[in-house]
Design a protein around this ligand. Sequence first.
Ligand SMILES: [Zn+2]
Length: 337
Amino acid sequence: MRGVIGQGRILGPLGERAVRGEVAHALGFYGPRSVGKRTAALRLAQTLACEREMAGGCGTCLSCRKIERGTHPDVRMVTRSFGNRGVTIEQVRELASDLALRPLEGRKRVVIIDDAGGIEEIVQDVLLRNLEEPPSHAVLILLTTTPSSLLGTIRSRAQPITFRLVPADEIAAGLVARGIPDAERYAAAAAGLPGVAIDLATGESARADRAKIEAELYGLISSGLTARFSWAADMNELPDDKDHDRLRTREIRRRFDDWSELLRDAAVAARGDLVRPRRPERAAQSMKIAAGASPTEILGIAALVERLRRDLAYTANARAMLELFVLRLPHVAAVAA
Ligand SMILES: [Zn+2]
């Protein structure tokens, strides 16, 4: 599919059928973050609306450009709302009434829910009721990293499309096609995630931010409880304004997203060999953590961070969450060096 790196085996046939207007009423795009779910969902919407009837959309006709800009009347992208909640009941009601309307310009109405796994169960129930008798033109695409957090009754109604990690040579080819130099280096560092490769390749600042957040974890691992608790207090006391909760949640999420990969690598290293690391360029630190703490501790913290990432949207007490994290974080003095 145009502009999607990898996943050709599943997206190819999906795109071919969509050109003929054949598509399920509900699809679940499952897979890790930055693997291409969002791009693929937009491309599927473009396929259904493209004036040139091309798989993936031509990218240049008016319909394709409107979808790219988010201004097409038949295509709506719903993302997690601000604050500590997921997609709200109001958003779900709105998208349901949207789906019920006939398409204005294309053949289908498409609603894409980004991060459908973060939706509270009560809201999923409302969503489910709207999946039961969908109008013939309605297409709902649910994106999530954790399909298990969707109600079984929703999952069973959605055609599952599982996104896999992309081989480095495919990512490199995708970067070369975008005119990006040093493609192989970025492709290797991205460990199967094309979105990460593109971010790394296109942004010095993305690389600097990533290194800073990695260093923050190593700093915490090598420091004592006093420093750790003051870090938790600082994280909790971000600028105090009406966007406070949203900013804080975003900052914590960025860290837990990155740290879960580093801790996952340390956990793999603790069990023996560090095979297929998510962060190959930090393999040395992952081995140091594995050598300096017990496997139980490392597996425990890796699992805890996964859980906290999931709970982050619902927690009312960010500070307690951060303190639990620093308490359980193993101490390894050598890792900061
Ligand atoms: Zn087009």
